[in-house]
Design a binder for this molecule. Structure first.
Ligand SMILES: Nc1ncnc2c1ncn2[C@@H]1O[C@H](COP(=O)(O)OP(=O)(O)O)[C@@H](O)[C@H]1O
Ligand SMILES: O=P(O)(O)OC[C@H]1O[C@](O)(COP(=O)(O)O)[C@@H](O)[C@@H]1O
Ligand SMILES: [Mg+2]
Length: 342
């Protein structure tokens, strides 16, 4: 079989480990060939295809980013877009299967294409860990680890100066990174997109910690919407998919804390640091297992399905299960973390 792979949406540590797992298993399992579509769906609609020989995947499971590039191209747009053009392109290049590695958006596109008879299977990815149908996505553990390390550092400088330190992390619709890194670092308040809060409440937690002699740490996800506001903070225009580019709420939260409490405060935006660099061993293992399992999906021609993690098992689920809604932080998990605020 000739299998074409693509990585699409925001990059994520572990993407290369998926590609390596799939290629090595494919070589082991038989005489399968692999090609990469460069920059996600852009490579599909513009027929930008490279061969992936075994030598190209040597040693890449520890490498961040993606060796085949990514983009936010829509496969239904442009001259080569849409199922009919894509089917003809696959035929011309002798490609029997498309493996789409991506988040909710990428998998929604893959699901539509599968419904229109394109031979496509999926692998879930996102540092936000907000995909339905899988217990964990690779990249999340790495992002949480990077954020936790950063917060441990913020706390020592915060303590030296008796300041309140605010750390802004990623998370457009789901606060999983904020919740996990905040709990791990012992944050005094965690602000996530799922929970609208007034700044008076946040200031109260900060003051309580300060009054005990602690340097307060506040973690805020970029998608947090303060009480009284309708949308997440955005001052950078739109991304290529037309969504507001987030980032910057931390600065506002820091100003509000300082204004209400009078405690000197500093903001740090972790931003793309969370998406770069080497994946943790957990993410390398999960990504490698996903890569090996998705090869089986392609060989078995299970078009329209994807691999997922259920407990510790790798399972097959319909792509449709991963799209349409996101897995957000449930109230019970927030309440559990909030017991430690202040
Ligand atoms: N329902 C859809 N149909 C077709 N293309 C889509 C759909 N949803 C998203 N896409 C395309 O997939 C790209 C990747 O999705 P995005 O949300 O940016 O990343 P991710 O896959 O990480 O969620 C989008 O930029 C968009 O071009
Ligand atoms: O700066 P970029 O690359 O446009 O992406 C920022 C977004 O990508 C993410 O890191 C991951 O989102 P996706 O999984 O949808 O790509 C979000 O947390 C963040 O809002
Ligand atoms: Mg998305």
């Amino acid at each position: 079989m000739k299998i074409g792979v693509l990585t699409s949406g925001g990059d994520c540590p572990g993407l290369n480990a998926v590609i390596r797992g799939m290629v090595l298993k494919g070589i082991e399992a038989g005489d399968h060939e692999f090609v990469g579509f460069r920059d996600g769906w852009r490579g599909v609609v513009q027929e930008d295809i490279i061969t992936i020989p075994r030598s190209m995947v040597r040693g890449i499971s520890k490498q961040g980013g993606t060796i085949i590039g990514t983009s936010r191209t829509n496969p239904y747009e442009g001259d080569g877009g849409g199922p009919a053009k894509i089917a003809a392109m696959l035929e011309r290049n002798g490609i029997d299967a498309v493996v789409a590695i991506g988040g909710e958006g990428t998998l929604a596109a893959a699901n539509r294409l599968a419904d229109e008879n394109i031979p496509v299977v999926g692998v879930p990815k996102t540092i936000d860990n907000d995909l339905n149908a899988t217990d964990y996505t690779f990249g999340f553990d790495t992002a949480v680890q990077i954020a936790t390390d950063a917060m441990d550092r913020l706390r020592t400088t915060g303590e030296s100066h008796s300041r309140c330190m605010v750390a802004e992390v990623m998370g457009r619709h789901a606060g999983w990174i904020a919740l996990h890194s905040g709990v791990a670092a012992g944050a005094h308040a965690i602000l996530i997109p799922e929970q609208s809060l007034g700044m008076e409440q946040v200031a109260e937690w900060v003051q309580e910690a300060y009054d005990r002699g602690r340097a307060p740490l506040v973690v805020v996800a970029e998608g947090f919407i303060p009480a009284g506001y309708q949308e997440a903070y955005s001052d950078k225009g739109l991304d290529t998919f037309g969504r507001p580019r987030l980032g910057g709420i931390g600065e506002w939260v820091t100003g509000e804390i300082e204004r209400i409490t009078g405690i000197e405060s500093r903001n740090t935006i972790l931003g793309h640091m969370q998406r770069g660099g080497t994946p943790t061993s957990y993410d390398r293992v999960l990504a490698t297992r996903f890569g090996m399992a998705v090869l089986d999906l392609a060989l078995e021609k299970r078009w329209g399905s994807m691999v997922a993690l259920s407990g510790t098992d790798i399972v097959q689920v319909p792509l449709a299960d991963a799209v349409g809604s996101l897995r957000v932080v449930p109230q019970s998990r927030y309440d559990e973390a909030a017991l430690l605020f202040g």
